[in-house]
Design a protein around this ligand. Structure first.
Ligand code: NAP
Ligand code: GDD
Length: 343
């Protein structure tokens, strides 16, 4: 049985990747942060108590900002594959917390690479690089497009990307950068624009919310489905040689178009409900992302399965179910669990 170590297992991608690797009969070790409230919601359906002989997911407390502990953990587990997905991943938040983002999103990668080098374990390493690194470089973007980062988050990811290449060249580590364009799902964090929109629109439909406040609606993104993208991560680590790959759909849409389509599906006119609030604007924006994933298609045999339309349907359906539950509770006189006040 192969062993995988996943950082960020409690995040959107971590949960889909854990599902995929369980299907492939891996034993999974995940890094989780201590939290005063539960933070394992996205993997609860996969977890079995470790006393259960069928348990194949093991969770370990730790933090990407603490190197000694990461080194000990990797030495003890000695995983065949490491998927490094943990990060402060919110671009807008990175402007509020640039130092923390540099530490966790940038240096976190270096800490893991150093842990591999120092322990000498034989493993393969996946780095969650990002299309955000292309920043101001005009679309379409592929593996040869220069990086022009436009946020502390993107700059931290560029640093991590280069450290991966450096450790690959200097120490012959099997280390890959997956340069993934935006990917979404019903498990997407609710402060990212797609989920913020589908959640708000479904709540508006059921009179649970009156308005939706957004920032720059003209930005364009290449949005795919997270479940498809984790397959590409796995494929990268199954190749004979390590390399870097762009993963994208090759289609781009504006935030406005996304909003319009979601509201249309619910037979609502978005202009009646959506207002602009400048606090959601970023000091510097990435205007347009559109990925060219030809290399992944040719070398990995990867291509996305879920279309933009299907992604919207999936997210609207899941959020409508949540909104209906919320309404049922409210109608019965119960106060549902709080909404995120930072959305
Ligand atoms: P996400 O939902 O925000 O998940 C981030 C994960 O990192 C969570 O499990 C989080 O733990 C963990 N984490 C944060 N800070 C940590 C720390 N100091 N120590 C240990 N763990 C920490 O992100 P995602 O959408 O799944 O994305 C996965 C990775 O791909 C990230 O590196 C992201 O930057 C990158 N990426 C994402 C996209 C995309 O469109 N989704 C595109 C390109 C690249 P908690 O649950 O405790 O917060
Ligand atoms: N979050 C958010 N909230 N974004 C908004 C809003 C809003 O209210 N209004 C407009 N936007 C615009 C942002 O300015 C941005 O141009 C676009 O919507 C997408 O924002 P996010 O969904 O926050 O994603 P992102 O593109 O900044 O970053 C995501 O994708 C990257 C890959 O390109 C994250 O998942 C990153 O971790 C990832 O690397």
């Amino acid at each position: 049985m192969k062993k995988a170590f996943i950082t960020g297992i409690t995040g959107q991608d971590g949960s889909y990747l854990a599902e995929l690797l369980l299907d492939k009969c891996y034993e999974i070790h995940g890094l989780i942060r201590r939290s005063s409230s539960f933070n394992t919601e996205r993997i609860d359906h996969l977890y079995k108590d470790f006393h259960d002989p069928e348990a194949r997911i093991y969770l370990h407390y730790g933090d990407l900002s603490i190197s000694g502990q990461l080194t000990d953990m990797l030495y003890d587990i000695s995983p065949d594959e490491i998927y490094h997905l943990g990060a402060q991943s919110h671009v807008r938040v990175s402007f509020d917390m640039p130092e923390y983002t540099g530490d966790v999103t940038g240096l976190g990668t270096l800490r893991l690479l150093e842990a591999i080098r120092k322990t000498g374990i034989k493993t393969r390493f996946y780095q969650a690089s990002s299309s955000e690194m292309f920043g101001a470089s005009p679309p379409p973007q592929n593996e040869s497009t220069p990086f022009q980062p436009r946020s502390p988050y993107a700059a931290a990811k560029v640093y991590a990307y280069h450290m991966v290449q450096n450790y690959r060249d200097a120490y012959k580590l099997f280390a890959c950068n997956g340069i993934l364009f935006n990917h979404e799902s019903p498990r997407r964090g609710e402060t990212f624009v797609t989920h913020k929109v589908t959640r708000a629109a479904t709540r508006i439909k059921l009179n649970l919310q009156e308005k939706l406040y957004l920032g720059n609606m003209e930005a364009k993104r290449d949005w795919g489905f997270a479940g498809d993208y984790v397959e590409a991560m796995w494929l990268m680590l199954q190749q004979d040689t390590p390399d870097d790959y762009v993963i994208a759909t090759g289609e781009t849409h504006s935030v406005r178009e996304f909003v319009e389509r979601v509201f249309q599906k619910l037979e609502l006119d978005y202009e009646k409900y959506v207002s602009i609030d400048s606090r959601y604007f970023r000091p510097t924006e990435v205007d347009a992302l559109l990925g060219d994933a030809s290399k992944a298609r040719t070398k990995l045999g990867w291509q996305p399965k879920v279309t933009f339309e299907q992604l919207i349907d999936m997210m609207v359906k899941a959020d409508m179910e949540l909104a209906e539950k919320e309404k049922t509770l409210l109608d019965a006189g119960y106060r549902p669990k709080g909404n995120n006040c930072m959305i």
